[in-house]
Design a binder for this molecule. Structure first.
Ligand SMILES: Cc1cc2nc3c(=O)[nH]c(=O)nc-3n(C[C@H](O)[C@H](O)[C@H](O)COP(=O)(O)O)c2cc1C
Length: 354
């Protein structure tokens, strides 16, 4: 169902940050669960292993509204160790896709549109903006403290590459970010290895050696605090198997997928998002559900084959109770919705009713 979104795509990121959330998240009535929480998510009891992944929850007010609205897992938008600017407006645009976004179609490019209707797919392009750590640390700590007994706030972060390409410094920045997030009291940390806007043609999650090195360094820093890695869709099964072999016993959870990149133009054939390096941006929503479900199933099979224990977080195109069920059946321990939840802030309550 499409309702008034809690992030307003017609407003800038800054306006959303300052004045949001909107729609049913503006002044949510606290959802009261009944019975006992039956599920465990990385050592935390939850009523339903369902939440909002990194991105749409821009700050503590958004996180609190999500928790109060019945989303038991809320991921605070990915932060960096230092302030970082947001890409130019617009940052969220609807795309004209009715069925699946195949990898072939993603390579050929897609068309944007003005209306947000079901089945909804969008492109988003923020560039992972961040405030200075002292600002988000205080805000995140308050959001963490707001979680009820059977809810959990996840702190998402990533490192920032310096111009000189110093790999040691890049890894050290991931480790510092992890430490700063852990200091807020967040019980679960998530590292974003799948940001399509890091200025590299290749996402970090496809560089298995770097994923391993960085994950190990982060785990050395945060000890027993669970670490989830966020990865993109892997087309190649051998490459996915190599990744899982190398990191499946280091990390505590794997969240997949992030968006699928595609060139986005308007009906006139012009670049839809203004600025250099923004022709290709990440597509999310209904049209990538097939990819999220596919990855969930493959991760489950690999976990079994390799006798591993990592938690699987299924993400991509979830907008209904039926989608939640499909992900659970495919092997997801927890399920998350970004686009679907943005346009339906009542989604967790609707799933809980089923
Ligand atoms: C507005 C928006 C902002 C996002 N920002 C981030 C982010 O900061 N970090 C991240 O790991 N993923 C980010 N994502 C990706 C989502 O977490 C998710 O992986 C992706 O949107 C697929 O899920 P969906 O089909 O339910 O939207 C963002 C998504 C949206 C819609």
């Amino acid at each position: 169902m499409i309702r008034e979104p809690f992030y307003d795509p017609k407003k800038s990121y800054e306006e959303n940050y300052e004045n949001g959330p909107f729609g049913a998240f503006k002044d949510p009535k606290k959802y009261e669960n009944t019975g006992e929480p039956e599920y465990d998510f990385l050592g935390n009891k939850v009523y339903l292993p369902f939440g909002i992944p990194a991105g749409p929850l821009l700050n503590g007010r958004f996180v609190k509204a999500a928790l109060d609205s019945g989303f038991d897992i809320a991921v605070y938008k990915t932060v960096r160790t230092q302030a970082y600017p947001c890409n130019a407006f617009p940052n969220v645009v609807a795309v004209d896709l009715n069925g699946d976004l195949t990898l072939e179609q993603a390579k050929n490019g897609i068309i944007s549109k003005d209306s947000y209707e079901a089945p909804l797919s969008i492109t988003n392009s923020f560039g992972v903006p961040s405030f200075d750590a002292q600002i988000w640390q205080k805000d995140l700590a308050e959001a963490v403290a707001h979680a009820g007994n059977s809810q959990v706030v996840v702190g998402s972060f990533q490192g920032t590459k310096k111009g000189d390409g110093d790999v040691d410094a890049f890894v050290a920045d991931f480790v510092l970010a992890a430490r700063l997030v852990k200091e807020t009291g967040a019980k679960i940390l998530e590292v974003n290895f799948s940001c399509p806007n890091e200025g590299t043609a290749h996402l970090m999650c496809f560089d298995v050696a770097m994923v391993r090195r960085t994950s190990e360094a982060i785990k050395n820093e945060i000890g027993n605090t669970p670490l989830v890695i966020k990865i993109a869709y892997y087309e190649n099964q051998e490459a996915l198997e190599k990744l899982i072999q190398d990191v499946g016993n280091i990390v505590d959870g794997i969240s997949a997928i992030n968006t699928i990149g595609s060139a986005v133009r308007n009906e006139k054939g012009e670049q839809a998002l203004p600025g250099e390096g923004r022709l290709v941006s990440g597509v999310c929503g209904e049209s990538i559900k097939w990819a999220g479900l596919d990855m969930t199933g493959r991760l489950k099979n690999l976990r079994e084959e390799l006798g591993m224990k990592f938690t699987i977080v299924g993400v991509g195109g979830v907008s209904s109770a039926d989608d939640f069920k499909k992900y659970r059946e495919a092997g997801a321990d927890a399920v998350m919705s970004a686009t679907g939840a943005m346009w339906n802030p009542m989604l967790a309550q609707e799933i809980k009713k089923v």
